[in-house]
Design a protein around this ligand. Sequence first.
Ligand SMILES: Cc1ncc(COP(=O)(O)O)c(C=O)c1O
Length: 470
Amino acid sequence: MRLAQDNNNPTIANFSGETTTEKARYAKKEFLRAQILELVEQYGELASSPKEFIPGKTLINFAGRVFDERELVSLVNSSLDFWLTSGRESTLLESKLAKFVGVEHCLLVNSGSSANLLAFSTLTSPKLKERRIHRGDEVITVAAGFPTTVSPIIQYGAVPVFVDVALPWVNVDVSQLEAARSNRTKAVMLAHTLGNPFDIDAVVDFCHKYNLWLIEDNCDALGSQYNSKTSGKRRTGSFGDLSTSSFYPAHHITTGEGGAVFTSNDLLAEIAESIRDWGRDCYCAPGKSNTCGQRFCRQFGSLPSGYDHKYTYSHFGYNLKMTDLQAAIGNSQVDKLPIFTQKRRQNYLRLKKATESSTNEISVMEATYSSDPSWFGMLIWPRVGSKYSRDEIVRKFENKKIQTRMLFAGNLTRQPCFDEMRNNEDGFRIVAPLENTDFLMNNAMWIGVYPGLDEPRMQYVEEAIHDIFD
Ligand SMILES: Cc1ncc(COP(=O)(O)O)c(C=O)c1O
């Protein structure tokens, strides 16, 4: 329906034929925009109101979008601008997120995996001189996690060196870091597992001692806090040289597809922006030209002098940008982060409490010392000798319509994507048997704690835990 031509609508009909000047056209557009947004708000209130919950019949998701009319209004408002790449919404979201995490720069991208790719490729830039990561250089990481924390290391021809995780925190076993280091080690790249910060003080000290880069994969932990002995209480994502976020619907906030790279290092931000935006040297925002004022006056590489700076490439880049439509959703979501974080913490504590009468049979992942996680989920595993098996626990939850998940890839090095590398000694290194990683792959599962679990759903999950384990 073309609203502007709908002469049956008395309010709109008053304007038809009168809009000869730009001012009148603008006024009419704004008038229509207000009407559209009013309708969207009404629609959004209905669309986002809590769905009926029938115990045992309604599925309890492990995660999901939590939104109301504000996200829909923001999205439609942006769609009316019809600015299809990154623009004012993206700039606003970048500044809100940088402030939230506590860093200088945020660069929006189109997924958390792209954020990891961008963060890692930033460290391969020739602009970093002797600290640049080359093919064959080593990067310390863990195998108990999500594949795209590790994929960029392999894609760039660097060598992931896997250390085990420590229980019950399910994060890097920092006692293995020294053994993992070689004279080719250039970086440490680790995720905060299911929102639980790794031992940041130990990892940061190790990186400082050997002049290594640290990338924090913060995709599952936006809003988690860590109280560092040296730098005080801060949000995760602000401790590494670079950090990453995912805004896929299961995550702490969503933009649909989406992610971000964070840093307080100006040079890393400049490199990351170049690689995100086709690898270009020019840093004009979309739709702008000649921001540097020297577009046709400089000489780069062996290009002719004065060659257009807009088409000058200092890196082999990608186009990983987020659109303004996505960022518009993010701008509403990010305002809700404090309340989302609080809800995740409350839900985790409540569900963990429900397991307390069964601690002789099962273990639950624990918060790392000095941390206050914004949990992504609650990981459970049967204790050695328990009467339960993981598969039985999963079946019982799923039968009660409560979704379950494994710890992502389990032991990543056992996945088929590693098949070709297993016989290639240069492909990856394992420092010591990944015993806890294998244990989790064989025994662990998790359920959700996301803010979409309202009171009736939370009560149902609490009762289910008692039912299954008591
Ligand atoms: C730790 C971690 N890193 C990276 C990603 C990738 O994020 P995306 O799905 O947005 O690509 C995920 C996805 O869940 C993740 O859990």
